[in-house]
Design a protein around this ligand. Structure first.
Ligand code: PAF
Length: 299
């Protein structure tokens, strides 16, 4: 595994690796902020399965943290990360400095648009502008065929897909399944901040989403999730930001007559740690009874 710390070094490595064989190998990219856990490694495995070469970036992006957020305390574990990345089969790790990515005098950035103002964006103004700015820069530096992002950050994934569409980017975006601890807690670099009792409280997030599974309407799903959350919210164990059922592409709340796929999403603070989670739901067509045709079948 090779490590590049500058754009120039990455470019030299990229050129050499791609020139090595014919036809040109497929390049997959896994952008991360480090503190690698099984979730990140699953992205690498997915990338390895669909491409010949895997580039991972490890960069804690200051632009996506608000002034009162955890940029300073975000875990930085580069040595362990490099060992994990190598073991998982990454070919090149790109670990630039902040000055390499954001040289003095930089002025232009990406605006995520309305989708970036909803949910996470409402609580973390400017967060998705920061995410999209760094992702666009990284995509332009690495120039991958495929980029893999975790579905845990569902709104991030939706914003990135929107950017790829709206800015005519050529990279194919792949969303990878959420990886969970045995008890259901979604893996996150921030889980390490939870005390044992906070970690126990955090399980209510996934519990609420699981309660929503099997509901036949969005209202029913939301009510089921809220019932599970109620006690932890009232006791102050978790400070709920939102629980909602949305369209995965637009992040807009789905109407109650919605049928087909949707995402149940939750965000809450547990102690000082903000956690998010989501599950995919499918709402069935209403059952119109034996022998009756659904309205769309009526000529
Ligand atoms: O999901 C993350 O780790 C980050 O938001 C990303 C995509 C690497 C951009 O900094």
């Amino acid at each position: 595994m090779r490590v590049a710390t500058s754009v120039a070094e990455l470019d030299t490595l990229r050129t050499a690796l791609l020139a090595d064989s014919s036809p040109r190998p497929h390049l997959a990219f896994v952008p991360t902020m480090g503190a690698l856990h099984e979730g990140h490694l699953s992205l690498v495995r997915l990338a390895r399965g669909v491409a010949d070469l895997v580039v991972m970036s490890i960069f804690v992006n200051p632009l996506q943290f608000g002034p009162n957020e955890d940029y300073a305390r975000y875990p930085r574990t580069l040595e362990v990360d490099l060992a994990r990345a190598e073991k998982a089969g990454v070919d090149v790790v790109f670990t630039p400095s902040v000055a390499e990515i954001y040289p003095a005098g930089r002025q232009v950035s990406v605006n995520a648009g309305p989708i970036g103002d909803l949910l996470e964006g409402a609580s973390r103004p400017g967060h998705f502008d920061g995410v999209l700015t760094v992702v666009l820069k990284l995509l332009n530096i690495v120039r991958p065929d495929i980029a893999v992002f975790g579905r845990k950050d569902a709104q991030q994934l939706a914003c990135i897909r929107r950017m790829v569409l709206d800015l005519n980017l050529e990279t194919a975006v792949v969303g990878a399944p959420i990886i969970r601890e045995a008890d259901g807690l979604a893996m996150s670099s921030r889980n390490r901040f939870l005390s044992p009792s906070e970690r126990a409280s955090a399980l209510v997030l996934n519990g609420a989403l699981r309660a929503a599974e099997g509901a036949t309407t969005p209202t029913e799903a939301l009510a089921a999730a809220e019932r599970v959350l109620a006690e932890a919210v009232v006791s102050g164990e978790v400070v709920l930001d939102y629980v909602t059922v949305v369209n995965a592409a637009t992040m807009a709340a789905v109407p109650d007559d919605h049928t087909g796929p949707a995402l149940a999403m939750v965000a809450a603070k547990v102690g000082t740690t903000r956690l998010i989670d989501n599950v995919e739901l499918t709402f069935p067509e209403p059952d119109l009874g034996d022998g009756e045709a659904a309205p769309s079948d009526v000529g």
